[in-house]
Design a protein around this ligand. Sequence first.
Ligand code: SF4
Length: 367
Amino acid sequence: MTVHTLITDLQTRGMRLVDPRAGAESRRGGAGPSDHKAVTIDGMTVMVPVHTAPAFDSPYLVEAPDEKGRARILKDGAPLAEAAFPAKPRFTDLSTADGIPYGHIAQLHSRDVLATTVLQTCIRYESRKKTCKFCSIGQSLAAGRTIARKTPAQLAEVAKAAVELDGVKHMVMTTGTPKGPDRGAAVLAESAAAVKAAVDLPIQVQCEPPEDDSWLRRMHEAGADSLGMHLEAVTPEVRAEIMPGKASVPLSKYWDSFEAAVEVFGRGQVSTYILAGLGDTEEAILRTAERLCAIGVYPFVVPFVPISGTPLESRPAPRPEFMARILAPLAQMILASGMRATEIKAGCGRCGACSALSAYEKLGIRP
Ligand code: SF4
């Protein structure tokens, strides 16, 4: 089995662990790759579901790691590949002067990305009718694993430690959407400015498109190197069904803001996260990706993962063949447009751990 096929298979079917304590702690709940664990296969670190319903029945089993942190991956009992687990980051042993563990302020994603959710609350999440059905932003807060609002000073303190102790290379700042027309851009701008004043670390900020495009420039001037505005679903029907609150911001606004953002951040430094498996067809996803590539927005397509405790927890993950039919032409499309994951200054596209897309891109896999 080739490495990109194995990664696609693992990310859709999950894996079972003989020793759940291996490597850095897995993530449960929250924004981004929840219920996952980082694992390195053939030099590529990827996030693989471990706490989801499909993962409990996965044919993939990872044996307990040896003293060097290496473990065999078995499929239906037969050894298939070797995996390693990124070690627990040292910055998470620290706490702020007022006793907040650094790990409640930011976490390590993959092996060298510092990630935080600046506001752990969201206007969309507060109502059952409006919530994005795949999202678990409130779960880690309810479980006491994070704090509702990370201050700029806290973020700066943790980012500095993560660079000095663990060599993190870039930072992702996402946020729940607050009330108000800036849609989170204001807190992201002040947070990026504080981190940049403390340490030299490329930052990607992620929010819904602010009503007023001037926020794009303000975030950039505050120190954000790249920007993510995430479509998640690409057709109006799927948006209305899966994310009824967020769908109140029409797709036309996303397209306008994408174009405005590329003018500020540059081609290939604006990206969008698309979850394949929410109901959009592969044709719809590829059509949208084509338009994104044409205007210089990096389409980061990842498999939907049914997070425990969310309204979509019982929805099946996409089939690996469905992902392969999207990722192979998508990688070619991205390369043809002149964009590269490796040239993104910071963020999910550069990290790539939530998708096999970068493996397809790197290996130049053709459909
Ligand atoms: S791709 Fe983004 S969300 Fe996924 S592990 Fe990397 S930084 Fe985190």
